[in-house]
Design a protein around this ligand. Structure first.
Ligand code: GTP
Ligand code: MG
Length: 200
């Protein structure tokens, strides 16, 4: 995908702040620290548009971005960076505040055409399984993406993929994509998969 321009729209801590629905949209979901913000920067070919943090649980709001692309059928698209789940050190009360925000976003956004679910290539956890199942119940067909693939040796990848497949209970025809925000491996394949869904 040719990215012609990308800009940060706004940070939303409540659904009333979500931008109007004007363009097809995709969202990036995943455990805290899985690499959501890094992947967004890699996709948008910008170093610091989405805030990357060493402290898990940093993104506590829905951050929206607008992207202009070279694809004539997707001249402008929107994307959302969602707060990470499953980080134990974030207090339970804070998690209770986030849940309705994420739920409002994922269940009410009519132009949301693609939910990208990020799973650490080194292993899926129960919280990932719960999220995958929950997204399916909401009617989404998540695009499952394994992040930080650079951390696995070539020979470890098949086991990594099988592990993710097993924990999430993926049907045999679903193949998780592997990506690395450091080497940019998988970026174009991911863009293709996202674009295909945005066009439906
Ligand atoms: P929250 O917003 O806290 O939920 O985190 P996040 O999912 O947005 O993760 P973020 O992009 O902030 O990255 C978390 C850490 O993982 C940072 O230290 C990144 O540098 C590192 N990281 C992200 N992507 C990759 C990757 O592809 N490979 C490697 N090796 N490290 C990565
Ligand atoms: Mg983040």
């Amino acid at each position: 995908m040719r990215v012609l321009g990308a800009e940060f729209t706004r940070t939303c801590v409540s659904p009333e702040q979500f931008p109007a629905e004007t363009w097809p949209e995709f969202a990036v979901v995943g455990r805290s620290n899985v690499g959501k913000s890094s992947l967004i920067n890699a996709l948008l070919q910008r170093k610091h548009l989405a805030r990357v943090s060493r402290t898990p649980g940093k993104t506590q709001a829905v951050n929206f971005f607008e992207v202009r692309t070279g694809d004539p059928r997707l001249s402008t698209i929107r994307l959302a960076d969602l707060p990470g789940y499953g980080y134990a050190r974030v207090s339970k009360s804070l998690q209770r505040e986030w849940a309705p925000l994420i739920e409002a976003y994922l269940t009410r956004r009519t132009l949301l055409r693609c939910v990208v679910l990020l799973i650490d290539a080194r292993g899926a956890e129960a919280s990932d399984e719960n999220t995958y199942a929950w997204l399916r119940r909401c009617g989404h067909d998540p695009l499952v993406v394994m992040t930080k693939i650079d951390k696995l040796k070539r020979g470890e990848r098949r086991d990594g993929e099988n592990g993710v497949r097993q924990v999430l209970g993926l049907p045999p025809e679903v193949r998780p994509l592997g990506v690395s925000s450091i080497t940019k491996e998988g970026r174009e394949d991911l863009w293709k998969a996202i674009a295909a869904r945005l066009k439906t």
